[in-house]
Design a protein around this ligand. Structure first.
Ligand SMILES: [Zn+2]
Length: 228
């Protein structure tokens, strides 16, 4: 896969003893030009490893072995320093629009490449909002997780029937999945729906519970390791 090199000075060293076992997806909420400027500006102290524009061009800003600054305060399955354990990919998108087919195609190719090279399990391809549900909403409700799952590069739970609607059970399953146990119910529900039920706006129901349980079960297939 070809990358356009666009080096950012904003990176550090990964914490000793950590492995790269997560990939975090973001949207930029600004144009390609502004995103590249910001992600390379030492004043802002933010960066990512890759950025994919709306035409599918993939820029590499930080070497995969270095620690880019994209996740911020975050949590997943007990891990808090997600920057040390992850590769960050930014997608140029406003947050209120479709992701062009060519951009998603490029993302899928990049994910296939990274999952293979770093032996990362597809379940560890996450959205920024998954690891920071109280602060972040990217990659947002327009992002098509189902398509990624069809290509085997992420998880997307589907169920055919609801189960009993139970808030506590939903939260317990969210915790099993990996969500921050300190995050509140509304934030987790919003984040989870953006990913799994993007067009549903009704009240909390038995499908939310069934989907979260399915999600938790898929995340716990292999508890011994985060890698394949
Ligand atoms: Zn983000």
């Amino acid at each position: 896969m070809e990358f356009v090199k666009h080096p950012s000075p904003n990176y550090g060293f990964r914490r000793a003893g950590t492995e790269i076992d997560f990939i975090i997806l973001h949207y930029t909420a600004m144009s390609t030009k502004k995103s590249l400027e910001r992600l390379c500006d030492p004043v802002h102290e933010v960066s990512c490893h890759f950025l994919i524009d709306m035409f599918g061009t993939c820029y590499q800003l930080v070497d995969e072995n270095k620690r880019a600054w994209h996740a911020g305060k975050s949590y997943w399955r007990g891990y808090k320093d997600l920057n040390s354990r992850s590769i960050g990919i930014e997608l140029v998108n406003s947050g209120n629009e479709q992701f062009p087919e060519v951009q998603i195609k490029s993302l899928i190719m990049l994910l296939q490449h990274l999952l293979e090279v770093h032996k990362i399990n597809p379940k560890n391809v996450l959205g920024h909002s998954d690891i920071a549900p109280s602060r972040k909403s990217d990659p947002g409700r327009w992002f098509n997780w189902k398509k990624l799952a069809n290509y085997g590069v992420a998880l997307f739970p589907e169920v055919s029937a609801p189960m009993g609607c139970d808030k506590q059970l939903f939260l317990n399953q969210a915790k099993r999945t990996g969500f921050d146990p300190d995050a509140n119910f509304e934030d987790i529900l919003r984040t989870f729906r953006n990913r799994c039920r993007p067009n549903f706006t009704g009240e909390f129901d038995g499908y939310d519970c069934a989907l979260m349980q399915k999600f938790a079960n898929s995340f716990n297939i292999d508890d011994s390791s985060n890698s394949q």
